[in-house]
Design a protein around this ligand. Structure first.
Ligand SMILES: [Zn+2]
Ligand SMILES: [Zn+2]
Ligand SMILES: [Zn+2]
Length: 358
């Protein structure tokens, strides 16, 4: 007992985290916090009760013997963690070193004794110190202590580095002792994976719509200005026409047009390349807003057919058109719109209105 008295005396010097002057202003301690190592920390019931409602309850609880001294038992955590905890109750402060060494214990204590400011600090500190090695332990603690931000952070780390986490002692322990949490983690990873797949699919779709929208621009450009090897039927090829700004798309389209103009099988003969060209022309017509002046082949014919038979324009096609239009709108927000030339009326908008330059 003598020894403990001595220990508690040395601790009390900086226990309250105040300057020695402030510490002297406090009245005599009227309660002791006792730790696992039988360390006795002198404290003030009024201070503890004002910070923690749980400690307030314990202090107010009637004692068995009126004569017995007031004590609070905080067991199961290292003595120094309890000291850091009591110091926080007095000063609302804890050092980075204390968080580094006792972050896990302080989080548990802050939860059990309902001290939200400390809980917040520990949650943040533990979140910053997550490693593959400790993540499973912190995850379990975060769940027990009802710390959702920390829990989610742990889940994301586990999901992102599962191969490595799987090899840790923490994971093996979890598998043996907490199959529900293991299941929960695996479900979380599964959902994260499908979220990733969904967003990948969305990006791929966006890329496709943007490609189609660029193909639409190139088609108009080929049919009005002409490019390197294909142009409008009534325009002579200008000499040494260099590749345009979207040449990778434009070149593919010109090759497709060259094929379309010369193919013997054609669309009805089941030629896939002709079918693709046919669909690009139809797509253009669905997007095109120049009623009579448009020089893209079949534009008017498709429009007329659409007016005659509304039902043929099925929902999926409409959706495609909407997506291409919006992809175009999005891309035109970031790119200056190509200046359109004044268009001339032309008499023939049939397929013959392409001219192959070579
Ligand atoms: Zn071009
Ligand atoms: Zn063909
Ligand atoms: Zn058109």
């Amino acid at each position: 007992m003598e020894d403990n008295q001595t220990t508690s005396f040395t601790i009390s010097v900086d226990l309250y985290g105040h300057s020695p002057a402030t510490a002297r202003e406090l009245p005599e301690p009227d309660i002791h916090v006792i730790t696992s190592g039988a360390l006795r920390i002198p404290a003030h019931a009024s201070v503890l009760a004002s910070v923690s409602p749980v400690l307030e309850n314990i202090i107010d609880r009637p004692r068995k013997h009126r004569s017995s001294e007031k004590v609070i038992l905080i067991l199961g955590v290292p003595c120094d963690a309890v000291v850091a905890f009591v110091r926080f109750l007095y000063s609302s402060r804890c050092t980075e070193e204390e968080l580094e060494r006792f972050g896990i214990h302080l989080l548990a204590l802050s939860h059990v004794y309902a001290v939200p400011q400390l809980k917040q600090r520990c949650t943040k500190a533990l979140g910053e110190r997550l490693t593959i090695g400790n993540v499973v332990d912190v995850l379990q603690l975060a769940r027990m202590c009802d710390a959702p931000d920390l829990y989610l952070k742990c889940m994301k780390l586990v999901a992102g580095h599962f191969k490595a986490v799987e090899k840790t002692e923490g994971w093996k322990f979890l598998q043996d002792h907490d199959p529900w949490l293991e299941l929960h983690i695996l479900q979380f990873m599964d959902e994260a994976e499908s979220r990733k797949k969904r967003s990948r699919r969305h990006k791929e779709e966006q890329r496709l719509y943007l490609q189609l929208s660029e193909a639409m621009e190139c088609l108009e450009h080929i049919c009005t200005e002409g490019c390197t090897s294909v142009g409008p039927h009534d325009t002579e090829p200008t000499k040494k026409k260099g590749p345009c700004s979207k040449f990778s798309t434009c070149q593919g389209l010109q090759l497709l047009i060259q094929h379309f103009a010369t193919c013997k099988k054609r669309v009805n003969g089941g030629c896939l390349r002709c079918k693709r060209m046919w669909q690009l022309l139809r797509l253009h017509s669905s997007i095109c807003d120049q009623s009579d002046s448009c020089r893209v082949p079949l534009c008017r014919q498709f429009k007329l057919r659409l007016q005659l038979d509304k039902k043929k324009d099925d929902a999926r096609w409409k959706l495609l058109v909407r997506k291409v239009v919006s992809a175009k709108a999005i891309s035109s927000l970031s790119l200056p719109k190509r200046k359109r030339e004044e268009l001339q009326e032309t008499h023939n908008h049939g397929i013959g209105s392409f001219r192959l330059y070579n």
